[in-house]
Design a protein around this ligand. Structure first.
Ligand code: CO
Length: 325
């Protein structure tokens, strides 16, 4: 049985220009090349494996991947737009995603995006997308200055839990500062820190205490810096309980409440994840088809000598089946 990859992205070739000078748009250069543009700035050059199912399936076959979750590229979340415009963006994006996965519905599993700045509209778009064939939802790890413990986001997460829909959390919209804009620091330190903060928001914000325990939620990039700094957080919870937040229990109590993907590139990091959250909570993710993704997909899991065969099977496939429901 092959691997299930829960972390891949698409960009529809027919993506229309968004309103707003800084909004992302797609400059198509040829049948196989395009550039994601932020206003007049080149954000990322992409290839047709972003939208062409046959190329994706060929790469999956080469890497032993049975199925992949196909999620939006976070640059297009559009949480900063007025809600009515963001609804339109999500609808177009989600409908185009269904066209991308149509050639192989049993192997390409679409996750939708939602206008998370408007929880009611986000719930509506989730329901509309599910009715049309989406199987889960990818959300950004924050909405402007609001983290995942904000009332609106919790309302949405509760709705996803009540619908039994998996949620994949992806960092995005990292701070752009002179220091962060060097060396890909937005991706190398910004993304792991963003994801770390999101896990903390669910724990320290008391979300896991009050939300339906059926919520199935997975964090990208191994949960960012969370696992490495769990001890520090745990210590802070005991030493500074006056300021650290509202969770009923210490952070380690909530380790069974979320999943993380495996795209950490290093056996030592994978071992820390497995030791921290458990082999039943780590899923193969790759970040395909982007340059900071892992190829062959799941290689760190395949090659890590410390995993038992049972653990490896869970991480490659079994956990994903449970996450996806
Ligand atoms: Co990604």
């Amino acid at each position: 049985m092959g691997t299930i990859d829960v972390h891949t992205h698409h960009v529809p070739q027919a993506w229309p220009a968004l309103p707003g000078a800084e909004a992302p748009w797609l400059r198509v250069e040829s049948a196989s090349d395009a550039v994601i543009m932020m206003g007049t700035r080149e954000f990322r050059r992409i290839r047709s494996n972003c939208w062409d199912a046959s190329l994706r399936l060929a790469d999956m076959d080469a890497d032993g991947v049975d199925a992949q979750v196909v999620s939006p590229t976070p640059a297009f979340f559009s949480y900063g737009l007025p809600p009515a415009e963001a609804v339109e963006v999500a609808r177009i994006f989600n409908d185009l995603a269904l066209e991308i996965v149509a050639p192989a519905p049993d192997r390409l599993i679409p996750f939708c995006q939602v206008p998370l700045q408007d929880p009611d509209e986000a719930c509506r778009e989730l329901e509309r997308s599910l009715a049309n064939g989406h199987r889960g939802v990818e959300i950004g790890n924050h909405v402007g200055d609001l983290d995942l413990d904000s009332e609106g986001v919790v309302t949405f997460l509760q709705h996803a839990a009540s619908l039994d829909v998996p949620v994949f959390v992806h960092p995005w919209d990292m701070a752009s500062t002179p220091r962060n804009d060097r060396w890909m620091a937005q991706w190398l330190t910004g993304m792991p820190a963003e994801t770390h903060l999101s896990v903390l928001a669910l724990i320290l914000g008391g979300v896991f205490d009050r939300i339906d325990s059926r919520l199935r939620i997975c964090f990208a990039h191994g949960g960012g810096s969370f696992a490495f700094w769990l001890g520090r957080t745990e210590n802070a919870w005991h030493q500074r309980h006056d300021v650290i937040g509202t969770s009923e229990f210490p952070p380690s109590h909530y380790l069974g409440r979320f999943y993380v993907d495996s795209v950490v590139f290093d056996e030592r990091a994978l071992r820390l994840l497995v030791d921290t959250v458990g082999a039943e909570r780590v899923l193969v993710g790759s970040d395909y088809p982007y340059p900071l993704g892992e190829r062959p997909v799941g290689e760190v899991v395949t090659k890590s000598g410390f995993l038992s065969e049972d653990q490896r099977a869970l991480i490659q496939r079994g956990n994903a089946l449970r996450f996806l429901g």
